[in-house]
Design a protein around this ligand. Structure first.
Ligand SMILES: [Ca+2]
Ligand SMILES: [Ca+2]
Ligand SMILES: [Ca+2]
Ligand SMILES: [Ca+2]
Length: 352
């Protein structure tokens, strides 16, 4: 009886120990980003002599080349579920939109058209791809199912129509058009209906970048409409219906600004600026307050993208000579070099 009791206690003790071990293992699993299935980063590099698409862990390990053809492969873009990558390939003699699995297998030509087909953008549900093509004589926006079927022309205008961006709910597509003799940001229904000029200003609106806030309420874009005020480009934010445009940068320097990226929580906007004499990555609140230089380096720091959890930012810099991909904390601390290409790199994009 006593022995049985002892065994029983020992058994409980063992169970307790095993429990602690399991909890410990789970904690270790969750705290180890690679073990927890950390997201990958895809990017394009010229290290083989021409542009090809590569993928690596977010700590720079296990870099693998995903494409290998005798022509350029560029513009990788993750599907919303993180399982596929669309990209633009010239392997067939003109720009075509391809899709492949995230390990590079099964590359498939989705467009199969002799014209230039490029700038693929996934709809938020992953069901369709918007893209730009000149197959009807000038730049127009099209969409197709994610397997390339059911292509549909969305714009019909002799001017340039380009840079499609899906609204977060997938109901609309914002794009840039020169149909009114200067660059304007438009929205249209996802099927091309009801195009609306949101900016209606003689300035060059959205010629560089424009982007939806994650909640779909706002659109940020670059414009030179205040050239007369202080002679430089500014970042504006407007409501998604075009109302209440406001200048959120209001800088006086003669700077170039590019790439506005909303933080995943929608509170901040990352942008690049040359206001310090070289390209830096800045963050600000969506109302323009709390402006911070995150990269703080005399080299060119460009192409910032957030990690899906908003805790880190990947970017491209030539601070060590050639362009390489780096990552830093969201406040700019702990910059870490991820690639050793000694070549040009571009378009780092975090797996969703
Ligand atoms: Ca084509
Ligand atoms: Ca057009
Ligand atoms: Ca305009
Ligand atoms: Ca810099």
């Amino acid at each position: 009886m006593k022995d049985i009791l002892m065994v029983g206690r020992a058994g409980r003790a063992s169970a307790l120990g095993l429990g602690v071990l399991i909890i410990g293992a789970v904690v270790l699993f969750l705290s180890n980003p690679v073990a927890a299935g950390e997201k990958k980063i895809v990017y394009e590099s010229k290290q083989s002599g021409q542009w090809e698409i590569y993928m690596m862990n977010a700590d720079g390990t296990d870099a693998v080349r995903l494409t290998d053809t005798q022509a350029e492969n560029r513009s990788p873009f993750w599907s919303p579920d993180g399982k596929k990558i669309v990209f633009v390939s010239e392997r067939d003699g003109n720009k075509e939109i391809y899709i492949m699995n995230a390990d590079g297998s099964h590359p498939t030509n989705l467009t199969r058209n002799g014209a230039q087909d490029y700038n693929p953008m996934w709809s938020p549900d992953g069901g369709r791809l918007a893209f730009v093509s000149d197959r009807d004589g000038n730049q127009e926006i099209y969409s197709m199912a994610a397997d390339g079927s059911h292509p549909s022309r969305l714009t019909r205008n002799e001017a340039r129509d380009y840079s499609p961006h899906w609204s977060p709910d997938g109901s609309k597509i914002a794009f840039v058009s020169r149909r009114d003799d200067n660059y304007e940001i438009y929205t249209m229904d996802a099927d091309g209906g009801h195009p609306i000029n949101l900016t209606q200003n003689p300035a060059e609106d959205g010629r560089g970048f424009h982007s939806w806030s994650p909640d779909g309420m706002l659109i940020a874009w670059g414009t030179d409409r205040d050239m007369n005020r202080d002679g430089n480009w500014e970042i504006y934010v407007m409501n998604a219906d075009g109302s209440r445009p406001r200048n959120v940068t209001r800088t006086k320097s003669d700077e170039q600004m590019g790439m506005q990226v909303w933080s995943p929580d929608g509170r901040q906007i990352l942008f690049t600026t040359t206001r310090d004499g070289n390209s830096e990555i800045y963050a600000m609140n969506r109302d323009g307050s709390d402006v911070k230089n995150l990269s703080r380096h005399p080299a060119a720091d460009i192409q910032p993208v957030w990690s899906p959890d908003g805790k880190r930012i990947a970017f491209v810099s030539n601070r060590d000579g050639a362009e390489e991909v780096y990552v830093m904390d969201a406040n700019g601390d702990h910059p870490q070099r991820l690639t050793f290409n000694r070549s040009e790199v571009s378009a780092p994009r975090w797996q969703p």
